[in-house]
Design a binder for this molecule. Sequence first.
Ligand code: NAD
Length: 347
Amino acid sequence: MKVMENMVEYGHEKVLFVNNEEAGLRAIIAVHNTNLGPAIGGCRLWPYASEEEALFDVLRLSRGMSHKNAAAGLQFGGGKAVIIADPKDKTEKMFEAFAEAVNGLGGCYITSEDVNTNCDDALIMARKTSYLCGTPAVSGDPSPYTAIGVWQGMKAAAKVVFGSDDLKGKTVAVQGIGKVGYDLCRYLHKEGAKLYVSNLHNKETLKKAVEEFGATAVDADKILSQECDIFAPCALGAVVNTETAKQLNCKIIAGAANNVLLDEAAGKALKELGIAYAPDFIINAGGVINAAGEAAGDYNEEEVLKKVYNIYNTVEHIMTLSKETGTPEGVLATEYAESIMRGEQKA
Ligand code: NAD
């Protein structure tokens, strides 16, 4: 993979390759865009099969963070880091060396947790760097804030599609009730929605949701085609492609997962099928809004929640525009974020 060619194509500012033999660290840090402020994005640890795979992931994810942060109205740009390693080989030295590499970027990248990195790892990084957010003592677990944002975005989507944001009596199929999905179910149940839930691995949570929310448990391979008003993907990315789109039995897709659509063709297919889509990076921004509250230096939960609840307005704006123009929601969301990054409008 040609690094500079890809940086030019996607508009990246900096890519740092880190090799620290002594600490057993091989990492790539990508700073996509800092027009709005320092780049925020988590550090993912993954046993990538090749350097190319890791580079592709970090370039794609960091660009996604620029869009997410801009559309959420944050004064932060987008970045991401990947450590190429097996989770079982994590060491303190590795995270200390990673934090020192973050320092080397002089503050243009602020890291946090992501897939396979957790609070304990963040505390190790904190020994060496202050360019860190999402720490347990300050902003803490992002999932509850993500759940509120998804709930609010779902209500906005219902308003655009059904004419009312009241979810009472609406049926919602939640794919993957984990940290975000479970909290989301709590809000939906309180509002009187009827829930269908699935979890491929964790049967305990599934049982709890059935008992606590009166939800109906559905097999993991059947949840996508479950007849419902709203399908909420809260497990994996890329669940909707041109083929799976045809199996959907809902009017709206609104969930927490990143990169729900495999590609632009999937977004077009949904439009043709008359299924409205709440863009993932807008509806699932609650967690980064919370972490950014810490990165700004004076964490204030009230301010954070105001921005999280504003996800409602952004989703309503994009989905209304999509309904009026026929342009897929994902395309409009990207255009919206990029115009904010260029300073042409405010979120
Ligand atoms: P989680 O790991 O706590 O929950 C996901 C659950 O989905 C797990 O319990 C897992 O067993 C289940 N699962 C996996 N594959 C499945 C399948 N095929 N069918 C049904 N269930 C399946 O993760 P989370 O923190 O709740 O995040 C959920 C999604 O939202 C992820 O895609 C994540 O990237 C995204 N997201 C999370 C946050 C956050 O703040 N946690 C923020 C933005 C985006």
